[in-house]
Each structure stands twice: as C-alpha cells, then as structure tokens.
Design a protein around this ligand. Sequence first.
Ligand code: G6P
Length: 608
Amino acid sequence: MCGIIGYIGYRDAVPILISGLKRMEYRGYDSAGLAIAGNGRIQVKKEVGKISELEQVLNGGVVHGNIGLGHTRWATHGVPSQVNAHPHIDSKGHIALIHNGIIENYAALRQRMEKKGHKFRTETDTETLAYLIEEAYNGNLLEAVQMALAQVRGTYGLAVICDQEPDKIVAARMGSPLIIGVGEGENFVASDLAAIVAYTRNVIYLEDGEVAVLQADGVQHRTLTNEKIKKTVEAVSIDLAEIEKSGYEHFMLKEIMEQPRTLEDSMRGRLLEEEGTAKLGGISDYLDSLAESKRIIIVACGTSWHSALIGEHMLEELARIPVEVEYASEFRYRDPIIEEGTVVIAISQSGETADTLAAIREAKRKGAVTLGICNVVGSSIARETNSGIYIHAGPEIGVASTKAFTSQVTVLALLAMVLGRRKQISSAQGRWMVREMKRLPSLVEKILVDTEHIKEVAERFKDHRNFLYLGRGYNFPIALEGALKLKEISYIHAEGYPAAEMKHGPIALIDKDMPVVFIATQDGTYEKVISNIEEVKARSGIVIAVCSEGDTEMAAKADYTLEIPKTMNFLMPILSVIPLQLLAYYIAVLRGCNVDQPRNLAKSVTVE
Ligand code: G6P
C-alpha cells in the first residue's frame, strides 16, 4: 500500500528519497513521485509504473535540494495516472504533500471548495488536503496543517512542505503509520522502517492525533490541538541483510527458505523442556485472564486469518477454551457481543492492517482484554493491545506471506500448549510436545533440501486455469492458504474447501482438466480424505497429494505426491504448507509473474 518518505538535512534529498521508495516497493504501488524544495520553489516529478521510470525522468539531474518528499501510490480514489500520483500541490504550487490513508469526507470538502473557485486537477481525495492547507496558510505551516486536519474525517499519514518555510517538514498521523527517523544534522519521516533503516536506527513512533515538525537539527512534537508533547527515541535492531534478497531471485523464495531459522527464532528462549511447557514473557500478566477466559475471539485478515483458524483448532483441542475466528473487517462493523471473560486476539504480520487495528479498538471499547500476535516490533497493533507475543520472523518483504504464517502458527502452538498445560495436559505430554516443536526447524529443512519434484509438478500444471485445494481438520486452513498463495502470485483461480464439502458444490467442477490438491497427512481424518480422493478420481480429476513420507497407499492413489515428514497433528500445518508455498512460487515464476509484487495487492493494507 502507499509508502511515504521525507528527508530534511545536509545531503541531496533525491537519492535518499529514491532509495527509500525502492525499499518500500514491496508494499505494492502503481505510481510514484517526488517533491523537492530548493532555490525558493518546489519541483514535483511523478510517473506511473515503477520507481525506475521515475528515475529516468529524474536522470536529467535537474532536481536537487536538501528537503523533499517521496511517495509510492496504491490507487484508491482515481485510476493510477501521472496526475493522480502524489505529491499533490496547492493551486499556486507553494505547498506539496504526500498522504497515505483516505479522507472520508473529501466529496463534501471538494464540493465546498469547487464553489469557492478551486479547480481540481485530480480524482484523488488527497488534493482536498492541499487546498485546505493553502486556505489556512498564514505564514505558519504547522498551524495551517493543524487547521486543515481539524476539518477532515478519515485516516492519514501525512507529510507537507512549503516553499516559504524551506527548513521544515510537517508530518501528522491518524490511523496510518508514520515513523520519524532521527539522524545527526538530518531527519527522516517514513511510513515504513525499511525506507530509512539504511540511514538511522533511532526512531520515534507517531501516535494518532500527533503532529511532528522536522528540521535538520531537531524534531518538535505537538498534538493536533497544538499541545506540546514529549516523545522518546527508540533504537530499532534491524539488519540491512534482512531486507535484501541476499542472492535469491525473489524475496518470497528467500523467505520460504529462511523458515527453519525463523521457526527457531519464534521459539527461541521460550521452550521449557523439563516442565513440558513454554514461557511467553509478553503475556505473563494476562495468562490468568486467558486461562480463565470463557471465550477467545481471534480477529485477522488474509493469511493471518488462516493461521487464526489453525489457532482455533489448537486452542480448543489443547486448552479446551471455546474460540471463534472472525474476519476483522466483519467483526468491527457487526456490533459484536463481548461478554465478560472474553479475550480478543489480533493476528497481524504487519501490525498495521486497518481492519484488524479497528477490530481491536472496538474490542477494547467493549471491555475485552486484547492481545496481539505481530511480527513488526512497535507496530500499531503491538502497541495498542494490552499485551502480546512477537513472532520474531524478521522483516517479510514478499507480498505473499510465508515465513510469517509458519511463525504465527508456531506461536499459536506455544500459546495453546501453555494454556493446555494449565488445564488438562500432563507434564509427560507437554514434554513430548516441546520435543516435537524443537524438531520443527529440521523437519522443514528436510522439505526444503530437495524441491525438484515440486518444480516438476509446477511445470506440469502451470497452464491450468483452475485449482481446487481440499483438506480436513488442521489441514483445512492449509487448503485455504495453499489456494490463496497460488491465486495471489500466479493469478490462477484457486479455491480452498473442507474436503467433505466438495460434495456440496465443487464436485460439479471436477473433470480431467481439474487439478485437485489434497492435504492428506496421516491424522484422524485420513480414511475420510482417502474416500474424497476416490470421488475425485471417479470423475477423472487429477490428484496432487501432500502426504506423509512413506505413505504407499497415497502414492498408489494420487497422480502426484509431495511428501512431508511426520510430527504431532497440531504441528502438521507448519509442514504441510511448505510444499504449497513452493508450488505456488514455481508456478508463478514459470508463468513470468512478478512474484514479490503481484498486481493489485499490497503488503500492508492500511486502508479499509
Ligand atoms: C495483505 C497481504 C497478506 C496478509 C494480509 C493481512 O492482504 O498481502 O499477505 O496476509 O494483508 O496482513 P497482516 O499484516 O495483518 O498479517
């Protein structure tokens, strides 16, 4: 989704902004632009398409200055076009701004301004902000931004410059993430840590309703109503290699291959083998609330919603607590019933997904204890929940989530085990679970060591237009996730279903051209899944089975098998998803798709 970077300091802003924009390419965008202040004027350059195209426009080397703004746009209001790209300027070109989020009352504001004679050049909601600031401007940019924002309803991460005050950037946040990067003699503002981490690791997280004035030698903080506030600078630990491809063709492949290590990182220091349980320091104050809770609701979107479904199964099986999984977007608007004793858990890789954040706020308003399971340290959801568990998967750049998913499921397994031990699981059982969890990284390694067979299957099916993914129990969410991976990056239509539901609809689609991927590991539902496979074969469907290693029965029945090692049932999803991640990846590569930045998708969905 849209990316923001701003720079003020002693260096030429252009290369810094361009490198920041490139680091945010993974978020998904369709156009990009820069505004540079220098020599008493603001110059704006924008282009549809990739940052490289914007660079070509800048190659003349005519634009220079020590203060500037850069933006990648992911279209919401108005098609991707040069004119709709940010930065946007006021009517005389004195003010330039970049904006993430949505101005919800823009239509009314626009109508009012058009009556006053403003000629709108774009179809965006953001342009109204430029004119609001222009109208309010009376020699003080901070004041003008505050006055303009007082008239606005919606969400924003905003950065503004003005040619009459070429020594400052004014930034503001409401519902859309914004970070200040603190340097020496220079300062940065960005929507994403990745954009500035090459320059500084000292950051200030802006909260909703806060405004920052960045100058080369310092940053001042105010509220929207101009109260002074003090903010603390936090040091972030992020290694540049973590946000680079390190020799891999794509981030997605790098992140799939990293999973043995990321699983290790998710469990590091948490497993207590002797006691047969785990230590989850982040939620220690809330363990009683969780263990005594009458109901747990998990809210999430996309891939995180799939890990929530696995979490539901784990928590109900091991901890015997009723769990409901909700799409965050549905939960937030349904006036949900939150009784006493309800704990609401948000799962989010980015910790910034607008719907999940809003769902958590709604749950808090209704009195629930809230917990976050996030990857990005210091993200909004991590900060706004009562407590939480980080998954420690490291930065995930590929839009299609892989390593964050397996780490989310791992952390949910830890949580289910901890609660289960307090309720009904014996120490012997607990010790067995811990030992199995410790084996997970090497089991994943075993799948990743030879991927030739998966490549062959990808080659065979790359031109098919439809896929069906079926699984039961713990493997049903994996069917959903496998189908999502394929459609996200290869644009092949794929659907995931509980295997038994096939008879209630999808079976009508099965013929000799329909590949059906079964996740058919040897668990309690194995025999039932075998029957479902027979039903597909009887209709000439093609069966690709993810199955347990050494399963000769499956090898005889399925057209293709992708074998995975055996472990305890509740941990199987962490293994069974790996071949499906790779299958989707290889198919997408063979089809020539842009794997890391699939069309229309965004890594972090910060608008509704
Ligand atoms: C987007 C991403 C998905 C992700 C979903 C939820 O759709 O493309 O990969 O699963 O958002 O994101 P979150 O950061 O909340 O896990």
